[in-house]
Design a protein around this ligand. Structure first.
Ligand SMILES: C[S@@+](CC[C@H](N)C(=O)[O-])C[C@H]1O[C@@H](n2cnc3c(N)ncnc32)[C@H](O)[C@@H]1O
Length: 388
């Protein structure tokens, strides 16, 4: 049976996610702001959860209706066959999001959708599911546009960027799926060396290692679809076993990380150990302004401290020109990708960006700047104001 799904993702990564879903066999793929609509069978839904490195959630569309009022939304939700979709013993949580909806309160709509679901159960099963907003068994999403409501069951459960490998956090760790999407945007693949000189807790290192090993990101976690009616345990087991058998075993990877902070490096080490790669990725305590590259060329990827989160802005204003000089002087042959929310970087770093990709880190608008570092790529710094 072909069903309709919507996979959410960090904004800016929709095309990367669309490519992933196409490679998994998705049909009718349609990227929109913040996610990708697609169609496929149950196996595709399981595979998207297991294999997508970029999706945040995979939502299964269970209903759609036109509406004008909160009352219509209650009726539309009430008409859906919830008791056939999951067991009354499961706890639920309802989430409502909207773009240009005329409703006055999303909290009120959330309550009404929850009431509609409970009503349907009470009438058909004689009892209703409990609500658990912290750790629900089943998540129900409603998405409202100006006049249309779409209802979804969340097949992921916990968000997909929670892979299960993060033992240690660091200062401002990147979301795993944002890091994986950035790695895809760089086009990196082994045997090209990959180097993160400000690796923090090692998100780029772990995600790139999992790509190098062809390790499915969802191998070690459970999913929301396991708690929905019609869950096909045999199909799921087969998919997971195939993914497990495919995972390569390598003792060395062309992946390198460094950070100026020794304690933060300890976190990266802990996170790599969680995926069994403590020795496969080379870690070094080093200031990016002082040290040199681990190989003759390759891809560098980094996210320097954000002005708002770490370090003062003045400190960063002094840091970027020095980073630009270090890259120019010591990293010819490398292509550097820098993720930052600080658009002053473009002006202060003194290098000519060969590409800028808008990306969102949660609500924070960022750019991924690409610098192809060839001898002579340093140019005069622009006066204040330009997005070089
Ligand atoms: C925003 S965090 C990186 C987070 C990382 N991508 C993660 O997911 O955990 C920035 C990191 O840069 C490091 N750092 C700051 N200045 C540095 C420098 N001059 N050389 C090397 N590392 C530096 C900090 O210790 C911090 O771990």
């Amino acid at each position: 049976m072909i069903e309709r799904y919507f996979a959410t993702c960090p904004r800016g990564l929709e095309q990367v996610l669309a490519a992933e879903l196409a490679a998994l066999g998705g049909q009718s793929i349609e990227p929109v702001d913040g996610g990708v609509a697609f169609a496929g069978d149950q196996a595709l839904c399981y595979a998207a959860n297991l294999e997508s490195r970029v999706a945040s959630r995979v939502l299964w569309q269970v209903g759609q209706a036109r509406y004008r009022s909160e009352h219509d939304l209650f009726d539309a939700a009430r008409a859906l066959p919830w008791p056939r979709l999951f067991d009354v013993g499961h706890t639920i949580r309802v989430n409502v999001s909207a773009i240009r909806s005329p409703v006055k309160s999303l909290d009120f709509v959330t309550l009404r959708v929850k009431d509609a679901v409970c009503d349907a159960f009470r009438q058909q099963r004689g009892s209703r599911p409990d609500v658990d907003t912290q750790a629900p068994d089943v998540r129900i999403h409603a998405f409202l546009t100006r006049d249309q409501a779409t209802f979804y069951l969340d097949t992921s459960g916990e968000a997909l960027f929670k892979r299960g490998w993060r033992a240690a956090g660091g200062d401002a760790p990147l979301r795993e799926n944002l890091a994986a999407g950035i790695l895809r945007l760089t086009g990196w693949a082994p045997p090209t060396p990959l180097f993160d000189p400000m690796c923090g807790s090692g998100t780029f290192l772990v995600e790139s290692a999992m790509m190098a090993l062809d390790a499915a990101p969802g191998l070690d976690r459970s999913f929301g679809f396991e708690r929905l009616s019609g869950f096909d345990a045999d199909l799921w087991r087969t998919l997971r076993e195939k993914a497990r058998a495919r995972r390569r075993r390598l003792d060395r990877l062309p992946i390198y990380g460094s950070d100026k902070s020794g304690s933060v490096l300890g976190m990266a080490r802990e996170n790599l150990a969680a995926i069994g790669l403590a020795g496969a990725v080379e870690l070094k305590q080093m200031d990016v302004l002082d040290g040199g590259p681990p190989a003759a060329g390759g891809i560098m990827v980094m996210n320097p401290p954000y002005g708002e989160r770490l370090g003062g802005t003045d400190e960063l204003a002094a840091f970027y020109p020095r980073l630009g000089d270090a890259l120019k002087q010591r990293y010819a042959g490398w292509t550097a990708y820098i993720l930052t929310s600080d658009l002053n970087l473009a002006r202060l770093i003194g290098l000519k960006a060969t590409k800028r990709t808008p990306l969102y880190n949660g609500a924070l608008e960022c750019r991924l700047f690409e610098y192809r570092l060839v001898a002579g790529s340093l140019r005069r710094r622009k006066p204040a104001g330009g997005d070089a």
